[in-house]
Ligand binder design. Structure first.
Ligand code: R5P
Length: 231
């Protein structure tokens, strides 16, 4: 399977859900990038589109394409948010955050009227967890938060979970919001909803990469076309 072709086709299909004058949640990552490119083409054709980017990388891309970037206020309606994923299970639960943008992505996806996920077919899994679960935490006394995460994981049935602070060349990765990412190697996650809730209850955890019960549609792209699935 040509993954890039799958991503592009999924992005093209998602673009059919956008009309001029919409406010969009713009996701992050290599799949969302194709979608933002298409939105840039629409703007060139004369459409008005407002975007709320979920990362500085997406902000730069959208701005360079002439998409208007807005800072939402309490009355802002996000018509649709479009984003990629690292894994998606048959119940439409996701693992996101491979690109460290999960907190902003979750804020935008949750606020949007519609959340459309775009992915190449390799992201479709029987159960979540082969992809290490990213957890965004505050840098303040972060080891205490890691200890609490370990305890919560053990209480949720994960024996000896491997947790690592995401780093590049020995330097901890900082998210756009200045936070840290813990990657949790858990293996199969049988109860993602309960796990998302347990992690969210820990002081110091800003969000986990589990996106449960939020997805309105997943568009999977493959070399020869797309399949659209809805809960
Ligand atoms: O933090 C990053 C995001 O959650 C991405 O949407 C996710 O990692 C998928 O990225 P890609 O489309 O590059 O596989």
């Amino acid at each position: 399977m040509d993954k890039e072709a799958g991503k592009r086709l999924a992005a093209e299909e998602a673009a059919k859900h956008v009309t001029t004058d919409m406010t969009l949640g713009l996701g992050t990552g290599s799949t969302a990038r194709y979608f933002v490119d298409i939105m840039g083409e629409r703007v060139k054709q004369g459409w008005t589109l407002r975007g709320i980017p979920t990362s500085e990388e997406t902000r730069r891309q959208a701005q360079s394409l002439g998409i208007e970037i807005i800072e939402p206020d309490e009355t802002t309606i996000i018509d649709v948010a479009i984003d990629g994923t690292d894994e998606a299970d048959p119940s439409f639960n996701l693992i996101k955050g491979g690109g460290a943008a999960l907190l902003r992505e979750k804020i935008v996806a949750k606020a949007a009227r519609k959340f459309i996920v775009i992915a190449d077919k390799s992201k479709r899994v029987v159960a979540l967890g082969a992809f290490p679960l990213p957890i965004e935490i505050s840098p303040f006394s972060w080891a205490l938060t890691v200890s609490a995460i370990r305890a919560a994981l053990t209480a949720n049935g994960f024996t000896a979970p491997r947790l690592s602070l995401r780093a590049t060349d020995g330097t901890p990765v900082k998210t756009d919001g200045g936070n840290l990412i813990i990657d949790a190697e858990l293996g199969r996650i049988d109860a993602p909803i309960e796990l998302e809730r347990a992690l969210a209850a820990i002081p110091g955890v800003l969000e986990s990469g589990l996106f449960c019960g939020m997805t309105d549609m997943i568009i999977y792209g493959d070399t020869d076309g797309v399949s659209v699935v809805k809960p």
